[in-house]
Design a binder for this molecule. Structure first.
Ligand code: NAG
Ligand code: NAG
Ligand code: NAG
Length: 633
């Protein structure tokens, strides 16, 4: 993933660009705007281009063959059932979710668990005890990046398949999905993923210039949700007789390295195959929500995704006319993190400001907290029973399976430690306790907002004796009447800085000093003890004749909350105001952007937050070492 906090700019040399233009003209027989092609974040247009002629040839000839291809005979497949697939590391999750299916939902749909000869007898017997039949793909081999999914679906005995990832938990009887009018009419049910085409850095495969759209010769249609939104691939239903061709097309694409490279395994293949072949499909009109728990610091940890069925349909209606949660994706290890559901008001096909890190729900405009424990006790019970059933079955599976496996196979049974860490509650409490305690004294600061890290960067530079050049809008929050409550100490420091930075514009410098005067009573109780450089504030403000504040602009790094402390002094090359100042109101005033998209950056520096959550903040250039002034253990 690209760095979230920093701009990622790919420069394309003009010679390369010329060659690319030539290639596209020759390869496609018409000029395609090469600059406009997106392959993936890891693959620049220049790196991508050499693949295109052969991929284009391959897909065209496959599409021609597909027209002539014989279809399976009507009796080839029978009945309906659930298909899963995976290797040893998926078995415990599968056992857990099968327990929910069998015990809680009382479903007796047949289940086939397909594998490429990786499972041992013991794994299969454990799966059979939970009512799944072990099946071996008849072409054994190395199936990378989820490549067993489509072969498993095609090989399964069922005519109507519910595909289910092993880390997918059903909350409703799947029989009802098969019986729904939507499935009977369309023969295929899909759900959308969180990300729409305009959701950088996400939503890549839904972008209008995605290379697969070009290869399939499809015109992007932003009002068609099959184009505009990425697809949830953890669960879908499909009638193989009706939709054999899109399955084949998806499988063809999944078998080509290039497609898995630009689509992250099998992600979104089915949606694109349906779009290409005009097969009709029911795509849930409801944006997925989040299900998770609150950490001790008050942040909501979005543990899993929750998918819905429209209200007043097959599954009835929840309180307040709400849609009905039908499945959760993805719980990978035990732990009860499904406490509340949040949904988004942003319509499907439009990007929500949501960014997948812990956040304060109340800081997000488009989030509704369901508070299920108060508003829908039935649902709260159903979810916690699923959660507990899951954990018990997982533990039972591990207990009974381990003694039957070799040491090597035991090691493969569970996700690696690093993967597990993402789901462990960050031990971030000291930090927030400290912030909360100081809040009463007026010295708390919401470090989730990058802007204050930027102010700290400027102070760091001054402290190190560098001239610092700041962006034009740096002083706006202090010159305009702004809501200073989230970080009075930060704004007071900004007022001091701006009264000096703006000395060439005396009327603005005066405004900044006035602001410092307004902030003084708010921060006075802690000005002497704050790690922010406020020691001379009072004298400066009270001396009406004085315009020079000579400082010292000294930061006491060790007195900052631990997560921030690690980054002080901050490097200006890593933090900027961009996040805080992206939005401008019609009257030209800067508006603070929804705080959520800012929060990732605080976690970048917070070593107590597990690495996977921080990883997205850095790339090869803006490394953790460079930005956080620290060595990773
Ligand atoms: C785009 O999708 C919308 C919604 O499905 C549809 O009404 C419209 O006709 C489509 N536009 C084109 C050009 O296909
Ligand atoms: C799908 O529909 C579009 C627009 O109606 C048409 O141009 C295209 O040929 C159709 N594709 C197939 C494979 O039927
Ligand atoms: C579902 O039906 C109830 C009761 O008739 C109604 O209040 C609610 O608005 C309906 N919800 C939707 C999404 O149609």
């Amino acid at each position: 993933m690209a760095a979230h906090c920093m701009p990622a700019v790919h420069h394309l040399g003009s010679t390369t660009a010329g060659l690319l233009a030539l290639c596209f003209t020759m390869c496609f027989g018409k000029a395609v705007d090469f600059e406009d092609i997106f392959c993936s974040d890891g693959l620049t247009p220049a790196e991508c281009a050499p693949f295109l002629p052969s991929e284009q040839r391959a897909i065209s000839s496959f599409l021609q063959d597909l027209q002539r291809m014989p279809m399976p005979k009507p009796s080839s497949f029978q009945g309906r059932g659930i298909v899963m697939s995976g290797g040893p590391m998926h078995v415990l999750q599968a056992l857990a979710n099968l327990a929910v299916l069998r015990e809680q939902l009382q479903s007796d749909l047949p289940v086939e668990f397909w594998h490429a000869f990786e499972l041992e007898e013991a794994h299969c017997r454990a799966l059979e005890r939970r009512g799944a039949t072990c099946r071996q793909l008849q072409v054994p081999g190395v199936y990378r990046d989820f490549q067993t999914i489509l072969p498993s679906i095609m090989s399964s005995s069922f005519k109507e398949v519910l595909w289910m990832d092993t880390d997918l938990t059903l909350l409703q009887r799947p029989e009802l999905l098969f019986e729904s009018p939507q499935f009977r009419r369309f023969g295929a049910l899909l759900w959308p993923d969180h990300w729409s085409f305009d959701c950088r850095p996400w939503g890549q495969s839904a972008r209008s210039n995605h290379v697969v759209l070009k290869l399939l010769d499809l015109e992007h249609n932003a009002s068609d949700m099959l184009h505009a939104q990425e697809q949830e691939t953890g669960l879908f239903l499909i009638n193989k007789e009706v939709h054999w061709k899109p399955i084949c097309l998806a499988n063809f694409m999944a078998s080509r390295d290039f497609f898995t490279l630009v689509l992250h395994g099998n992600k979104d293949l089915l949606r694109l195959a349906f779009a290409k072949l005009n097969n009709s499909v029911w795509l849930s009109p409801l944006r997925p929500g989040l299900i998770g728990g609150f950490m001790s610091n008050g942040l909501f940890l979005p543990a899993s995704m929750v998918q819905f069925w429209p209200a007043n349909g097959t599954f009835g209606t929840g309180p307040n006319g709400r849609a009905v949660p039908v499945f959760l994706h993805q719980k990978k290890v035990p732990g009860n993190l499904w406490v509340d559901i949040l949904t988004f008001t942003t319509p499907l096909g439009t990007c929500s400001p949501y960014f997948p890190v812990p956040f304060h729900p109340h800081t997000m405009d488009d989030i509704l907290s369901w508070r299920i424990e108060r508003t829908d006790l039935d649902l709260a019970n159903r979810i916690s029973i699923a959660d507990v059933t899951w954990d018990e079955a997982y533990a039972e599976g591990r207990r009974s399976l381990r003694p039957l496996l070799s040491e090597e196979s035991q090691a493969m049974l569970e996700p690696k430690k690093a993967e597990q860490e993402a789901y462990v509650q960050p031990e971030d409490t000291d930090d927030f306790v400290m912030i909360a305690q100081e809040e009463g004294a007026g010295c708390g600061c919401d470090y989730n907002d990058n802007f204050f890290l930027y102010v700290l960067s400027v102070v760091s530079y001054l402290q190190l004796g560098y001239e610092s050049s700041v962006k034009d809008d740096f002083c706006e929050p202090i010159l305009q009447e702004f809501d200073w409550a989230p970080c009075r100490v930060g704004y007071a420091t900004l007022a001091l800085l701006c009264s000096q930075i703006l000395r060439s514009k005396p009327e603005k410098a005066v405004l900044a000093k006035d602001a410092a005067g307004k902030l003084l009573p708010l921060v006075e109780p802690c000005a002497q003890t704050s790690p922010w450089p406020l020691k001379g504030l009072k004298e400066f403000v009270h001396d009406k004749t004085r315009h020079d504040f000579s400082g010292p602009f000294a930061l006491e790094a060790t007195r900052f909350p631990p997560s921030v402390q690690r980054c002080v002094p901050l490097s200006m090359s890593c933090w900027d105001t961009r996040n805080a100042w992206q939005d401008r109101l019609a009257d030209g005033k800067a508006a603070r952007r929804n705080a959520l998209s800012l929060s990732a950056c605080r976690f970048c520096c917070d070593r107590s937050v597990s690495r996977p959550l921080r990883a997205g903040c850095f790339d090869a250039v803006f490394t953790e070492k460079r930005c956080c002034n620290a060595l990773e253990p």
